[in-house]
Design a protein around this ligand. Structure first.
Ligand code: DX5
Ligand code: ZN
Length: 225
């Protein structure tokens, strides 16, 4: 486990637009670390979502950094559309481009945290040649594209193997983000394994009534700190 406290990245595809302002106010009060933005192109994943205007709108509402999860083909061609800030975190998928290393260098250029995302079926060894170009790995615990899915069970063991893989290569400092079905229970298990950043969606903070949001954030922080 890393020395610093675990971080919450709130999954904005799970936030109700009708009360977005109040939700953001709660996130600011609770010092939520990142807003997780699932950018989807209908090609890399079978869904469309959170685009440029939404991102701009959020930037006007808050200075909480964004955690941009790019589920789009050839992200290297689209990075400049996103107006990435230095404090953001940006995940590109290893499966989304032929030119992974070049794409990572382009992301790094924005001064943000450069994260490489891997789907459940993508082997850990595929990270081998690009470890020096990244700040962390976003481990998908579901096949991405939709909220409310069940975790692919083999991904828990995969997270253990990833931690071991990084330790053995002298890359234990890389962040491990976990995304998909991060319930309070799953967060506890994954924190024990060494995860650092927890995408919080319908399985945790957005799972109950609106007036439970603050309590649910407290419960999740209690598990990961
Ligand atoms: C996948 C998404 C989802 C979701 C997280 O890219 O990030 O995993 O928003 O929330 P739940 O808890 O619904 O999986
Ligand atoms: Zn995501």
């Amino acid at each position: 486990m890393k020395e610093f406290a675990g971080k919450i990245s709130a999954s904005m595809m799970c936030a109700n637009l009708a009360n977005l302002k109040e939700t953001i106010e709660v996130f600011e009060k609770k010092k939520i670390d990142y807003l997780h933005i699932d950018v989807m192109d209908g090609e890399f994943v079978p869904n469309l979502g959170l685009g440029i205007d939404y991102i701009r709108g959020l930037r006007e509402m808050t200075s909480i950094p964004l955690d941009l999860h790019l589920m789009i083909n050839r992200p290297e061609d689209k990075l400049e559309w996103l107006e990435i800030h230095p404090g953001d975190m940006v995940s590109v998928h290893i499966e989304s481009t032929i030119h992974v290393q070049r794409t990572l260098e382009r992301v790094k250029h924005y001064g943000c945290k450069t994260m490489l995302a891997i789907n459940p079926a993508t082997p850990i060894y595929s990270l081998e040649e690009v470890l020096e170009y990244i700040d962390g790995i976003n481990m998908l615990m579901v096949n991405p594209g939709f909220a409310g899915q069940k975790l692919v069970q083999s991904c828990i063991k995969k997270a253990e193997r990833l931690e071991d893989f990084l330790n053995k290569r002298g890359y234990s400092h890389l962040l491990m983000e976990v995304d998909g079905n991060i319930s309070i229970d799953n967060a506890k298990i994954l924190r024990g394994i060494g995860a650092d950043v927890f995408v919080a969606g319908s399985s945790s903070i957005f799972g109950g009534e609106r007036d439970q949001l603050e309590d649910r954030i407290d419960q999740l922080y209690a598990m990961i700190r």
